[in-house]
Ligand binder design. Structure first.
Ligand code: PFF
Length: 464
């Protein structure tokens, strides 16, 4: 394990860190996944459960992750080693690096579709396939065209590599400081467009009037799992970004700002999408295809839809890019810290390897479409493995590690650095954090994990 500290890169400003971390959090999870799972799970009631999950699990675990990074000034592997002096925990940190490889390998494929759809919308192609069925057909034609699918995937990976190549301040921070405000403005324009459409109130009702009959234990666990994904937790991305912070930065406040921005964007995206979908009488429960199958037809029917469709897919691509750089950064920081690679070399080589790892997933829409593993395509297997297994498992390890291995008596003095005033004025926040991270998070995350791997069903059956 590398012990000698080189001069480590640092964020240039507090706001730079918050925007970069919010950029990691805000991504396809907010604009693509959150609206469609909300649509499938009854709207407002799901949103409320999700908000609770974010507050009681997401925020405490986010604080823990950033704190591990700031205290150790290391990548996930080096960080766990430094705090525990145990190879076992270091190898668990290695799972985060592996998750970085895997998640980016399929995340960049969907992000590539967003890039491709910017061009589709500029070309006015949605007008040729105006209803959801024909739009879905067109989408399937595009993703099964290897030149289109792999071409945009490669292009998106190049953009990601270029930013990470630039380094923490001149690459990631600078890109986030430009892209995040643009993203907010675009999404607000899209929300206003949605809200001013005839029939928009149906979409608002859907998002804000709860239907509790739709909520059961499964939906709660789904919401919890999504809270992890959307906050980039459980694989060391926030840990790595935290490792470029200074001791006098206030972690709880920054974490709160990140969570706030992430939630705000999910809700704004939800408002923009549901008002539009309802106003043209389409189905909000369209599933993963909501954005690529349903929305094109919505834009076609909406005044100014041509223009708004371009803005929408630009937002989606920007959101994905500020997340993908954090995924690549986890992997790069490991090679830079532990294996002493130069950042430039690491960004290019590792980015290329991730592209290669993603090829089977990309080809699963065409050449490999007949290959199924447990009934799932490559793409679905990698998604399942990363988001349903590695992330909750990582989140579990992080809360267990902080509360039980590193130990709260050592953790609290570190957490207080930079946040003295907050804890003096609101000591209750610290009490809550301790309870959540020590007891509530591990238990709840364990349940999500069991649910994700399908064991919870069997246990519930035993009791029925
Ligand atoms: N939070 C991102 C999203 O909501 O799209 C996804 C993500 C990024 C997950 C980075 C994990 C991660 F490390």
């Amino acid at each position: 394990m590398a012990e000698i500290d080189q001069i480590r890169e640092k964020w240039g400003s507090k706001i730079g860190f918050v925007l970069a971390a919010a950029g990691s959090a805000i991504g396809l999870g907010n604009i693509w996944k959150f609206p469609y799972i909300t649509g499938e799970n009854g709207g407002a009631s799901f949103v409320i459960v999700y908000l609770i999950c974010i507050a009681v699990i997401g925020l405490p675990v986010l604080i823990a992750e950033i704190l591990i990074g700031r205290t150790t000034q290391r990548n996930p592997v080096g960080a766990f080693y430094k705090l525990s002096q145990s190879k076992f925990w270091a190898s668990l940190g290695g799972l985060g690096v592996i998750a970085g490889f895997l998640i980016l390998s399929y995340y960049a494929i969907i992000a590539g579709w967003a890039l491709g759809y910017i061009i589709e919308s500029i070309n006015g192609n949605f007008y040729l396939w105006p209803d959801p069925t024909s739009a879905a057909g067109h989408f399937n034609d595009l993703v099964s065209n290897n030149y289109w699918n792999i071409g945009y995937f490669a292009f998106f990976m190049l953009l990601t590599i270029a930013i990470v190549f630039g380094g923490v301040q001149r690459g990631i921070e600078r890109a986030s400081k430009i892209m995040m405000p643009v993203l907010f403005i675009l999404l607000i324009i899209l929300m206003i467009r949605g809200l001013t459409l005839p029939g928009a109130e149906k979409g608002i009702n859907f998002l804000w009037n709860p239907d509790w009959s739709k909520i059961d234990a499964k939906t709660v666990l789904l919401a919890l799992g999504h809270a992890f994904f959307t906050l980039s937790l459980g694989m060391g991305a926030m840990l790595t970004y935290g490792s470029y912070m200074s001791e006098d930065d206030n972690i709880p406040t920054a974490a709160f700002q990140i969570v706030f921005l992430d939630t705000l964007v999910a809700l704004i995206a939800g408002m923009a999408i549901f008002t539009s979908v309802f106003s043209v009488g389409l189905d909000p429960a369209a599933g993963p295809g909501l954005i690529f199958h349903t929305l094109p037809g919505v834009f076609v029917k909406m005044p100014g839809g041509y223009f708004f469709s371009i803005l929408f897919f630009i937002s989606l691509a920007i959101a994905a890019l500020t997340s993908s750089i954090s995924l690549l950064e986890v992997v790069v920081s490991y090679y830079v810290d532990e294996l002493k690679w130069k950042r430039h070399k690491a960004a290019i080589i590792l980015g290329f390897i991730i592209f290669l790892i993603g090829l089977p997933s990309a080809l699963s829409f065409n050449l490999f479409s007949d290959i199924k593993i447990f009934g799932l395509s490559f793409f679905e297997v990698v998604d399942f493995l990363a988001s349903n297994i590695l992330l909750p498992f990582g989140g579990l390890l992080i809360s267990v590690f902080v509360a039980w291995i590193w130990g709260l008596d050592k953790v609290i003095p570190n957490l207080k650095k930079g946040a003295e005033k907050l804890f003096e004025n609101y000591p209750i926040t610290l009490v809550f954090w301790k309870i959540f991270i020590k007891y509530l998070s591990p238990v709840l995350i364990f349940l999500v994990f069991l649910n994700s791997i399908g064991i919870l069903d069997k246990i519930i059956e035993l009791f029925e």
